[in-house]
Design a binder for this molecule. Sequence first.
Ligand SMILES: O=C1O[C@H]([C@@H](O)CO)C(O)=C1O
Length: 560
Amino acid sequence: IEISFGSTTRHFKWAVEYMFWSPDCQESVVMGINGQFPGPTIRAQAGDTIFVQLTNKLHTEGVVIHWHGIRQRGTPWADGTASISQCAINPGETFDYRFKVDKAGTYIYHGHFGMQRSAGLYGSLIVEVGEGEKEPFHYDGEFNLLLSDWWHQSVHDQEVGLSSKPFRWIGEPQTLLINGRGQFNCSLAAHFSNTSTNACTLRGDEQCAPQVLPVLPNRTYRLRIASITTLASLNLAVGNHKMVMVEADGNYVQPFEVEDMDIYSGESYSVLLTTNQDQSKNYWISIGVRGRKTQTPQALTLLNYSPTSQSKLPILPPPITPTWNDYDHSKSFSNKIFALMGSPKPPKNSDRQIILLNTQNYIDGYIKWAINNISLLLPSTPYLGSIKYSLKSAFDNKNPPENFANDYDVMKPPINPNSSNGNGVYMLGLNITVDVILQNANALAVNVSEIHPWHLHGHNFWVLGYGEGKFSANKDEKKFNLRNPPLRNTVVIFPFGWTALRFVADNPGVWAFHCHIEPHLHMGMGVVFAQGVEHVNDIPDQALACGLTGKRFMKNTKQN
Ligand SMILES: O=C1O[C@H]([C@@H](O)CO)C(O)=C1O
């Protein structure tokens, strides 16, 4: 029996397994949930408890699921990060994820062990406002667009390539997917292009057939748009329609109008779209790659006006995605995002400032990413347990560096390209206010600096500002936006730039903070924050021990 006070428990039984699927009209092996790809969409109301009993049917791999954007207040063991909040769930075992969704918004869930997210382990988690509450905007209907990128090379091959010497980069995706659907060998817009692409002949019931958005004229629709890409930064546009941005990562923003929007891996937005165009036509919805020079074609679907037939293609070509390296366009979009009036404001001052330099490095000739010259290598014992029970030998107990050398030139490749592995943790005093400055730099190759979307678990943070080149405390802190900075859980650092964010360490637990590009995290691009772990009680045995023997050993050590 579930006991809950004034709210509902939503109970799901999920099995994760590999299956054959054709996300882009070409058969692949994907990781599915209950035979579906993407996994089932969870819909709940703010205040509800989600209870997912997750069974691992993978035979030879552990698994976990992270509830991206959900803060897990009081349930840090349900964050679903292998080695951080729990042991990976062994094949054949079932783990109970039970947590509260306390904030309406558009969220995602996904694998957080190895590179399983890239194998297709993801889905949507949508939280509506609680009973009797209202969104601060009106809409007549809504659609959910979960964006991802897809490779034909298996994730195992990708992972081995990244950990090999010589290094083998995963390259650019073959296909972009909208709700797990894309077209590799054909295009819906073939007749507009001057290449030899075939036109798609889809019946509509294929796994790769686009999910069309049927709309009525003169209505307002909410599009919930989330990106769970492995690598790609995306731009989305709807032909002939403007969009009004209203939500970012589960937080309301001051509404503003856009013709197209950028979205980085790990981010979510809601936009309002008014169907005020000619109802005898259909319109393209297009997504294309930004920030990397790519050959990957756009993903397309249709906004289908009633009573026009779904099979009628738009008369104009799909919207053109801005040039991959038009960073001014991206920055201008990011700089328009402010918190909705009346949103919580950041504390005026911070108690601690941590500067995190992002560099590409070598360790013994293997290519890695490092933060203040340390590349994250996760320990085998989950930090939540090793910190709670003071198992000091479980990881490296040195505090990782708070800064980098003063004379480091972020515009040039590292002078000493070598770094080392570490699994140290930033121990944050409970309830302190922390500023993090994410400092981008030149990668190993000359004149190369990449986009990195950073995601924080267990918290939202305020984005205080973005800047070019090296962050200067004297000059740049004065320009922090403390008036209406947006709350987010993911934020981008632009090439050769920095991003400043502030959060309050008010959620006892151990939390990952990392680049959301899957291969970059795999190559070490992340850090770990711990706070108030002594206040975390009742960690389920299941989170820290695996199998009955594990549970048995847990009972013996718990008294410590
Ligand atoms: O991590 C990365 O490695 C490659 C390249 O830098 C080395 O081949 C690339 O494009 C990345 O984003």
